[in-house]
Design a protein around this ligand. Structure first.
Ligand code: IMP
Ligand code: MG
Length: 194
């Protein structure tokens, strides 16, 4: 069982291509942090936004971003996924729902990637329905689908081509969230049964 996963993860990476190197990843994180600091780290400001990480994909981006934010903030997380094919989104499933601490708050939602936008559109609506005062959507990457999405991010670290990527929190079959750069997986490698 462990051998199977080890071998499969290695084989997927052996066929993958790095499209964003670790330095470019860190540059993108810094750009996002600078923009958030310009928005919230203001003289005389009294805001206290709630930064809400969307687990599991946002764990690495959030962990890299938080130490670069220079204003008082509160942190919490939600956990939501889309089930279906591994490489194509399906039904939205909540694993950890937002808590009452979102009521009346200015919320900075942090996620890994905006793909079809179903997940973040759903998350934003749920937060507003619960009484959030404002929802600012921040994504590490935005996939260029060449068509409109149900939600747009307020801040984007990187724009990516419409390919399946892994690394910096993003996974294929649960593998390779730990890569410090971004790699594209071959389309034929996304069709294997789990
Ligand atoms: P959306 O609802 O299609 O925008 O799906 C967004 C979620 O799907 C992201 O938060 C990721 O968890 C996952 N996802 C979308 N594209 C990729 C990808 O290329 N690699 C890994 N995960 C992805
Ligand atoms: Mg996600």
């Amino acid at each position: 069982m462990h051998e199977f996963h080890h071998e499969r993860a290695r084989a997927l990476l052996a066929n993958a291509t790095q499209i964003v190197d670790p330095q470019q990843v860190q540059d993108a994180v810094k750009r996002v942090a600078d923009r958030l600091n310009a928005r919230f780290d203001l003289e005389g400001a009294t805001e206290f936004p709630l930064v809400l990480g969307v687990m599991g994909g946002a764990v690495v981006f959030t962990g890299n971003l938080l130490p670069q934010l220079s204003f008082p903030l509160d942190f919490d997380y939600i956990h939501v996924s889309r089930y279906g094919d591994e490489d194509r989104g399906g039904e939205i499933v909540w694993k950890v729902i937002p808590r009452q601490n979102v009521v009346g708050r200015k919320i900075v939602v942090v996620d890994d990637i905006l793909d079809e936008g179903e997940t973040l559109a759903h998350v934003k609506q749920r937060l507003l329905d619960m009484g959030a005062a404002e929802v600012i959507v921040v994504v590490f990457a935005d996939k260029d689908l060449g068509r409109a999405k149900p939600i747009q991010a307020d801040l984007v670290g990187l724009s990516l081509p419409n390919k399946f990527v892994v690394g910096f929190g993003m996974d294929v079959y649960g593998y390779w969230r730990n890569l410090p750069g971004l790699w594209t997986i071959r389309p034929e490698d996304l069709k294997q049964p789990a």
